[in-house]
Design a protein around this ligand. Structure first.
Ligand code: THU
Length: 129
């Protein structure tokens, strides 16, 4: 299994564990960090809707908690024919831990179909103050 297949498999497993009783829309995210480790996360909703968290946030939290610091590749998967792209807040989260080489892959039930750099998804981002 190559690294992209591994990312897809991890994201699919995470999506299958998503807690999404309100939207019924499961999302999984998987990260390969620059030090070659793999992490995943899923969306975790809450009855108080704004408290819910996105799959990307979970995967990034797992990466940071385990000592990796940068994203080499991140794959976002939803079991849907229509590809989803990261929400605005998650673009900012991904930007925080990206390098110019970071690639964001999007996958749906038909497999991995698109890839982006963070500058395409979040141009002119807020990155210093
Ligand atoms: N969701 C994610 O997990 N990631 C995204 O980038 C977009 C949206 C989740 C949040 C919510 O639980 C569900 O998808 C429907 O919006």
């Amino acid at each position: 299994m190559n690294n992209l297949q591994k990312l897809l498999s991890l994201a699919q497993t995470a999506a299958s564990n998503a807690y999404c009783p309100y939207s019924h829309f499961s999302v999984g995210a998987a990260i390969e960090s620059t030090d070659g480790k793999f992490y995943s996360g899923c969306n975790v909703e809450n009855i108080s809707f704004p408290v819910g968290t996105c799959a990307e946030a979970g995967a990034i939290a797992a990466m940071i908690a385990n000592g990796s610091t940068k994203i080499q590749n991140i794959l976002i998967y939803a079991p849907s024919q229509k590809l989803i792209t990261p929400c605005g807040a998650c673009r900012q989260r991904i930007a925080e831990f990206s390098t110019p080489e970071t690639i964001i892959y999007l996958a749906g039930i038909d497999g991995i179909s698109k890839s982006y750099g963070i500058n395409e998804l979040l141009p002119s981002s807020f990155s210093e103050f």
